[in-house]
Write a protein that binds this ligand. Structure first.
Ligand SMILES: Cc1cc2nc3c(=O)[nH]c(=O)nc-3n(C[C@H](O)[C@H](O)[C@H](O)COP(=O)(O)OP(=O)(O)OC[C@H]3O[C@@H](n4cnc5c(N)ncnc54)[C@H](O)[C@@H]3O)c2cc1C
Length: 333
């Protein structure tokens, strides 16, 4: 029996993976999409990606009224399936990338070995969370906790309200500075007495009248009350002083966790794929090509800077077009 070799296998089912699938399917490449399984690694990873954790997406063009993250991902999947993308509900747990022009081999969570000429990696990057039960409950229900200020900061719930940003690096300072445009006060909660972020970013944040830093504090609980529809909404966070151990409450309507992201690349660690210092897949050119022929990457797994649904989609599109061109050059399309 001859072994099946797929033209394209796509790993991941967020905006990047589905967009790659739509383009690859329309190019008649019959892509197979490994959508992943729900896991904690270290933050929540779900089929459908990071948008499964958010209620309202207001900044993706084409949805003037906004759309719930999970609904948007369902539409992406439907669009890919309409053109013939094949969907598999498994993880890829190991990759053997070939360097001699033979097909790549991917190992699935159910023990299958899958062959593909081209592989598109769209496994995203997980936002790091504090790990509090109350935090995750409110983050997944639109209760006022988020890991993305650019995504959620402009929502009506946070306008002219006090909000907190947890973190102390450049990304946290950038998110906090962005929030000063909307919030009445932006509290930066930092567990030390000195911020890690660069001087220029600190000055940019602290130059705003509504910016404040609370030193030596960690968040130990998110406190919520039901709104008129019975939905729990954040009203305060409980803080613990890292020096004195004293506990206090801070009234805020939003909490933005900005303590970094972890690219979902653990399953690629034994390969000869190249990564940057932060663990993101290193795309050496403006294309989606990696250092391995026939292996492409798109979305947050290869993007430490923008990390938005629209940029992830754009990169997924690039990956599918690059894969199609590469297959053509090899006479494999
Ligand atoms: C709380 C929150 C709110 C956000 N709100 C917005 C917003 O309003 N607007 C916006 O533009 N952006 C928003 N973002 C950012 C946006 O979610 C990401 O930029 C986008 O989802 C990245 O898409 P992606 O396809 O690269 O990765 P992801 O969406 O993270 O998808 C990764 C996929 O890979 C799969 N996967 C991982 N490992 C494996 C494996 N080993 N095998 C198989 N599959 C695997 C996962 O199951 C998942 O399907 C938000 C992010 C968060 C955390």
């Amino acid at each position: 029996m001859t072994e099946t070799v797929h033209k394209v296998v796509i790993i991941g089912s967020g905006p990047s993976g589905w967009t790659a699938a739509i383009y690859a399917a329309r190019a008649d490449l019959r892509p197979v999409v490994y959508v992943g399984v729900a896991k904690q690694d270290p933050g929540p990873i779900l089929p459908g990606g990071q948008l499964m954790l958010t209620t309202e997406v207001e900044n993706y063009p084409g949805f003037p009224e906004g759309i719930a993250g999970p609904e948007m991902m369902m539409k992406f999947e439907q669009q890919a399936c309409r053109f013939g993308a094949q969907v598999v509900g498994e993880d890829i747990v190991k990759c053997d990338f070939s360097t001699d022009g033979s097909p790549h081999t991917l190992h699935t969570s159910q023990g299958h070995a899958v062959k593909a000429h081209a592989v598109i990696i769209s496994t995203g990057a997980t936002a790091n969370w504090l790990g509090l039960e109350s935090e995750m409950k409110l983050a997944t229900t639109g209760g006022g906790v988020s890991a993305c200020a650019v995504c959620d900061g402009a929502l009506p719930a946070f306008r002219n309200q006090p909000v907190a940003v947890v973190g102390g690096g450049d990304t946290a300072l950038e998110e906090a500075t962005y929030l000063t445009k909307f919030a009445s006060t932006v509290y930066m909660i930092h567990r030390r007495d000195e911020l890690r972020g660069s001087k220029v970013m600190q000055e940019r944040f602290l130059g705003n009248d509504n910016a404040k830093v609370l030193w030596n504090k960690t968040v130990i609980e998110c406190l919520s009350t039901p709104d008129e529809h019975g939905a729990e909404k954040l009203h305060a966070i409980r803080l613990k002083d890292t020096v004195t151990g004293e506990e206090s409450e801070l009234a805020v309507k939003g909490m933005f966790v900005a303590i970094g992201h972890t690219p979902a690349t653990k399953f690629l660690r034994d390969t000869n794929l190249e990564f940057d210092d932060a663990g993101y897949i290193d795309l050496k050119t403006r294309s989606s090509k990696t250092n391995i022929a026939g292996v492409f990457a798109g979305g947050d797994v290869a993007d430490a800077v923008y990390r938005q649904a629209i940029t992830a989609s754009g990169m997924g599109c690039q990956a599918a077009i690059d894969a199609e061109h590469w297959l053509g050059e090899q006479g494999l399309n």
